[in-house]
Design a protein around this ligand. Structure first.
Ligand code: SF4
Length: 208
């Protein structure tokens, strides 16, 4: 293990976990910060926060940090005679060796994700599809290559953002590793109050 654990394990996590990403203990990876729209009347989620697109280098660094936690947990597991299985004892031992992990905002999330098979992930925050297509593809490919156990990767997107991508771009994004895109639709009354919000789920089998 390297000598700079604080830097090695450092990564960002946004505040929001979608309900559908809870049961599977999805890994949360922050591709953008906050919401580029931020004008839905019923939503205060990111109202005081500024939207920012993160660079591919920054996101890849986060992916590397998450991978480092997993690799070090497995290494400790072998050292403790657990044959690579990640257990509570391996997590406690990693914290003993790196006490700053006790206060790490994402360590428990990564531990739960690994324990539940490391199968699903959600790309935060509100609209990852706003990234430039080539950059999104670059990071998605890196993400899926780093964690081959992933079987489902989901992100939110605004319909207007999607409409600005060509069919070829959407197919390429899907091919790079994005499986699902819940899209929020707001329906308004005459006084412009939201009446309902629904989600459309596009699955891997669709033509993206
Ligand atoms: S697009 Fe989503 S996150 Fe952004 S303001 Fe609307 S509901 Fe909130």
């Amino acid at each position: 293990m390297s000598a700079e654990p604080s830097q090695k394990y450092n990564f960002e996590v946004g505040v929001y976990r979608p309900p559908s990403e809870g049961g599977s203990f999805s890994l949360l990876v922050r591709f953008t910060r906050n919401c580029p729209w931020n004008r839905c009347a019923f939503c205060n989620m990111y109202k005081t926060e500024k939207f920012e697109v993160r660079s591919p280098a920054e996101i890849k660094q986060d992916i590397d940090s998450i991978a480092a936690i997993g690799n070090d947990l497995k290494e400790i597991s072998h050292q403790l005679g657990f044959d690579g299985r990640i257990t509570r004892d391996t997590a406690i031992e990693l914290i003993n060796r790196n006490p700053e992990l006790e206060y790490h905002h994402g360590f428990v999330m990564v531990y739960n994700w690994l324990q539940s098979g490391a199968k699903t992930a959600f790309l935060q925050d509100a609209n990852s599809l706003i990234m430039k297509t080539d950059q999104l593809i670059e990071v998605l490919e890196y993400f899926r290559k780093t964690f081959p156990s992933l079987t489902r990767v989901t992100s939110y997107a605004r319909s207007k953002t999607l409409a600005q991508k060509s069919l070829e771009e959407l197919k390429a994004i899907h091919q790079a590793g994005l499986d699902r895109l819940p899209v929020g639709l707001g329906i308004h009354s005459q006084n412009r109050r939201p009446l309902m919000m629904m989600q459309i789920w596009r699955r891997k089998s669709a033509n993206c």
